[in-house]
Design a protein around this ligand. Sequence first.
Ligand code: UD1
Ligand code: MG
Length: 486
Amino acid sequence: MSNNDLTNVILAAGKGTRLKSSLAKVLHRAGGRTLVEHIVRACEPLKGRETVVVVGHQAEQVAAIVEPLEAVTVLQHPQNGTGHAMLVAKRSLGRAKLAVVLPGDAPLVRAETLKALITAHRNGNAAATILSAVLADPSGYGRVVRKSETAVSAIVEESQLTDEQRDINEINSAIYCFTLEKLWPALAHVKPNNKHRELYLTDAIAALSAKGETVLAQVAADSREVLGCNTRADLADVDRIFREWKRNALMDAGVTIQLPETVLIDPDVTVGEDTIIEPTVQLLGKTKIGARCTIRTGSVLTDAILGDEVTVEAHCVVAESRLDDGVIIGPFARLRPNNHLKAGARIGNFVELKKSTIGEGAKAMHLSYLGDAKIGTKSNIGAGTITCNYDGFNKYPTSIGNKVFIGSDTALVAPVRVGDGAYIAAGSTITENVPADGLGIARGRQVNKPGWAAKKRRELSTLEKPKSVSKRSKRKPRRASKKRKR
Ligand code: UD1
Ligand code: MG
């Protein structure tokens, strides 16, 4: 489809009073992206001349999102309604003949639906074509009033509905295709005849129809696509639908998702075939998961890259880290940013990693902190080992070679190096480098004192004598009571 006569206009200047938020409405997120970003992306496949975004509230933040997506912005100040927003956009529309106009708060619309809208508009030679939807509960939306089966006479806003019109369940999505040379004169006739004293773009529809222009309404096949986000409840509904679509796409591509409604997956996440995702998992950001992995319940992965056959046991938190093929982590592992776990490495429960490389087949199975550390191939990090990588001012590296055995409860005071094949005795505080194949031992020597404990107990029992006296005095009355029975 060639659309070089068409420009997209996104109206995104409003505050969103009904959200009760200090953040402009279009900056709120659903389905893992800001609302406005979803809409700019939906316009991209239309291949129009450009996408113009009308900005107002928190204009700079909105521009910072849409400009990298190659949209241009135009400032509406003050915000005098959707019709006024369109007039503000006029100067940026250049030689475009058609405009697809979208609100900044209906992010579920898909490019295919917009393409069908444009086709209907062109085929019908219309002045305006409205994307409408039939909703079981139309409340809150403007209603489409038809004068015949095909032609529309007006859009009536909720606040201005007559009792009869209130029963109309065909709603205005606020997504339209306009022939611009017809829109501008109609918009010039629109007056701010409403309680907000705003110019409504919807009123241009009645003006066009009154002039005898063709106004069509195309009913969206999936009514969920037009849902607007005016309240927090709307945001939650829209988020739920985005998440469902994403999970369904992954399941169609061969991913098993258990209790799918409990799993949250961001739009850019990819997952390979035969991977199993257990309930309540969150896969966020640009996380990429290979094939045949298992992500167990309660784990949250953000910008993580997993190879094939990786197991993330229950309740792990992973951020910005790479886990190569066959790695197993958790349960209850925490990977802060910038770790690289090489093939077959294992990280167990209550182990925290930061900016560390764990060599192939290396293990740290219990209760450790490894920060700024490099662990070689097949090394074993004992329970309770920690890298002391911070002196209050700077961070220092710890380097552990291949096939090293670090005994439990070792403190490695960085910067420090342990050579290949070395042993560290349990309970050591290592402050100096340990040579390859050597033993590092740094702890107080054990002293055994034979008989010490028994002697101590004897001493203590003599001190306790007064207590035993009181026990005897308790027994006497018992004997006396037996005599009484006889
Ligand atoms: C609008 C429609 C309504 C439709 C509904 C669908 C109007 C008057 N009403 O109502 O018929 O059923 O969408 O979701 O259009 N905006 C600006 N500048 C302004 C005012 C608004 O850019 O001066 C932007 C907002 O940021 C928002 C969009 O226009 O993205 C729509 O405004 P909103 O207040 O959400 O309109 P609704 O009441 O939802
Ligand atoms: Mg709205």
